[in-house]
Design a protein around this ligand. Structure first.
Ligand code: IVH
Length: 667
């Protein structure tokens, strides 16, 4: 950090730098600095902000909930340790566990067992005081977890206020936070569309989504919580059993996954086998076993705990859906942004109900980690609906062939480059047919230009017949061009032309996203388009672009490179000539946005926000900000030395509030 910088400039630079590291950590999953170095940046920023309070800003990385790495979430010591479960893997082991249970209970007292799924998510403890949600903590090491309260507020089915009377003063419910396959798939589709690597599995994705410094990200991720146990609470005092506890939780407003009862280990085994063979694949979330619990609290007390786990409960794990096969070859697929992904071609093998012959190796670092060579026998695994992955090499081939990144693009033979911050290699030729095809598919996709009828097959034909080389060419297509393709008969051709014509009205945010500029996802495109029109974008420097919230140096560089390039400018000019409106979008107000329908006027000198920041907050929450007070104004927020606007508010009977009161209204 240069000593010549003013505090203001240094703060701005640190904020940008930290945001960029956050992005690398969370979005790219490719951090480029150590946690300690990151902490040092945060500490320096905080120190500067402490010395210069006027430069504080509510959206500074120091003010965000939690932090980018584990060390920045506050530690929470669990009132009672969060234990784990012992595992059993086969019938003999579960029978041995059942025998131990019987041995430790009085003769003739056969237990009833509760059978739950073992959810493959993140353990979380929720604390309520007089029925109100006050804290959430992750499991951590079992003794101390991390405070994720603000993020858990956005886990959809976590009640903020419990129903029912006679709630204890303090109540701690424990359970699992999971992401349904359906939501996981959507998130990964978005990640890929935005040119980012997809999450490996729902668990990882749930963990990343919960430990977000920006709780709004958590909100969009649709996490869910299912109760499985309790911490600081004694339901044993007034409830007889675990099943009664679960029923009580339902009454209080929690989600409880369906459970079954069994009165013998024979029944447990039968249930396990049924689920393993048919049930698991039908569940909407990932599970990795059955949890068998003794139902009666009295019997649980008798059985007690070992140092690590209860004796009254055990996990009966489902076998992972694994198989081994030989890697016959590795091919390279080229994505929309040119990313070259190695894909292993396997000797076809049946695993988890499907035949697998291709498996992605993600990137070359992963190949290095596995030490994989062509000819090796590998163990592959498929969990739920998640794409299969190579777990490890189980048998090295003699004379196996090393897998090196290609020197030339496998599709266009153009040069291949490696980008520093990422572990991937790229084809650097924007006219590479693979990239052109994917770019057009992306351009036409629903969240982009939403051109129905321009699917993968149509794009393939248009590119193969050289009718289209980029998005602008789509708008010069004639009916005869389409009728010359196998896919298009009269009506279909008319429909596509109609769709293309209608897409010309799409606003700038959609076009910006549709262009497929690397690192520019749907949200970033919307944020930028709300603040800059096309003319401003064409003129903007990297620094101008970085003044847009959420745009860090990498995104700014990528955008700038596009708008400054001859190819980018030419494409935009042709799109404009084709009649694309690219108008500034109306700010989208989500239904139920907290400030929807409200108009705020800020007056006087604010100390906690700049005027722009305060107005931005209002807009981001669905409200309007205005410069003058009228009868339509909902609130006038005043700082020091407020004058005529405050008087006018009083005259018109408009409500007023201090800056601190306004701050408290913010979510
Ligand atoms: S009972 C004293 N029930 O598995 C243990 N745990 O290995 C109380 N888990 O950390 C936990 N599904 O996060 C229980 N139906 C279920 C579960 C479950 C998943 C997790 C839990 C725990 C880990 C134990």
């Amino acid at each position: 950090m240069s000593a010549r910088k003013t505090p203001k400039a240094e703060i701005a630079a640190l904020r940008a730098e930290i945001r960029e590291h956050d992005r690398r950590y969370y979005e790219l999953q490719a951090p480029t600095i150590a946690d300690a170095e990151y902490d040092a940046l945060q500490a320096r920023l905080k120190a500067l902000e402490d010395v210069h309070p006027a430069l504080r800003s509510p959206d500074s990385p120091t003010q965000k909930v939690g932090g980018a790495v584990a060390s920045t979430f506050a530690p929470v010591r669990h009132a009672r340790p969060m234990l784990s479960l012992d595992n059993t893997y086969n019938e003999a082991e579960i029978r041995a566990w059942g025998d131990r249970v019987l041995k430790n209970l009085p003769p003739g007292e056969a237990p009833v067992y509760i059978l739950e799924q073992k959810l493959d998510g993140l353990s979380c403890a929720l604390t309520y005081e007089t029925g109100r949600f006050v804290r959430a903590a992750t499991r951590g090491d079992g003794e101390t977890g991390e405070d994720v309260t603000e993020n858990v507020r956005f886990v959809h089915n976590v009640p903020m206020k419990l129903s029912g009377c006679s709630l204890p003063e303090t109540l701690e419910i424990r359970g699992e936070i999971v992401l349904f396959f359906e939501d996981f798939k959507k998130i990964n589709e978005e990640e890929v569309l935005a040119g980012r690597p997809p999450f490996v599995n729902p668990r990882n994705c749930a963990a990343g989504s919960l430990r977000q410094k920006d709780a709004q990200v958590t909100k969009r991720r649709h996490l869910r919580f299912f109760v499985h146990s309790y911490g600081d609470w004694r339901p044993e005092h007034d409830l007889p059993s675990h099943s009664a506890f679960l029923e009580r939780c339902k009454e209080m407003g929690f989600s409880v996954e369906p459970f079954a009862k069994a009165s013998s280990i024979d029944e447990v085994v039968a249930h396990y086998e049924r689920f393993r063979d048919e049930g698991v694949s039908k569940l909407p979330y990932a599970v990795d076993g059955l949890v068998v619990k003794v139902d009666s609290f009295a019997q649980q007390r008798r059985l007690g705990f070992t140092a690590k786990s209860p004796r009254w409960a055990v996990a009966f794990k489902y076998p992972a859906q694994q198989a081994t096969s030989i890697v016959r070859d590795v091919e390279f697929s080229v994505g929309r942004t040119g990313t070259i992904t190695p894909v292993a071609k396997l000797e076809p093998v049946f695993c988890g109900g499907v035949t697998i012959s291709n498996v992605t190796l993600h990137n070359f670092e992963e190949i290095g980690r596995l030490g994989l060579r062509v000819g090796d026998r590998v163990l592959i695994e498929r969990a739920g609906e998640v794409i299969p992955k190579v777990v490890k090499v189980v048998e090295r081939a003699r004379g196996g062939k090393d897998i090196a990144p290609p020197r030339k693009c496998p599709v266009c033979a153009g040069p291949v480059v490696k980008e520093e911050a990422l572990v991937a290699v790229f084809c650097d030729n924007p006219s590479c047919p693979a990239q052109v095809r994917r770019t057009l598919e992306h351009f036409a996709s629903r969240p982009a230009m939403d051109i129905v009828g321009l699917g993968d097959a149509a794009v393939d034909q248009l590119v193969a017949k050289k009718l289209v080389a980029d998005a602008a060419d789509l708008y010069s297509l004639k009916k005869d061009d389409l009728l010359g393709l196998e896919l298009f008969k009269d009506k279909k051709a008319d429909n596509l032309l109609g769709q293309l014509s209608a897409s010309k009205a799409k606003t700038l945010d959609r076009v910006l996203f549709a262009l497929g500029i690397r690192h520019v996802g749907e949200k970033t495109a919307a944020t930028i388009a709300e603040r800059m029109d096309l003319g401003a974008l064409l003129r903007a420097s990297e620094a101008d672009l970085m003044s847009v919230p959420d745009v860090g140096p990498v995104v700014a560089k990528s955008l700038h490179a596009f708008f400054a390039s001859e190819a980018g400018r030419d494409l935009l000019a042709r799109l404009r000539k084709a009649g694309l409106a690219m108008a500034k979008p109306e700010r989208l107000v989500a239904a139920g946005a907290p400030f929807a329908g409200m108009t705020f006027v800020f007056t006087g000198s604010l100390t906690k926000f700049t005027r722009d920041e305060a107005e931005e907050k209002v807009k981001s929450l669905g409200g309007k900000a205005s410069g003058s007070v009228s009868a339509k104004t909902t609130y006038v927020v005043y700082g020091e030395d407020a004058g005529s606007k405050l008087k006018k508010a009083a005259a018109l009977g408009v409500k007023t509030m201090t800056e601190s009161e306004f701050e408290r209204m913010l979510p």
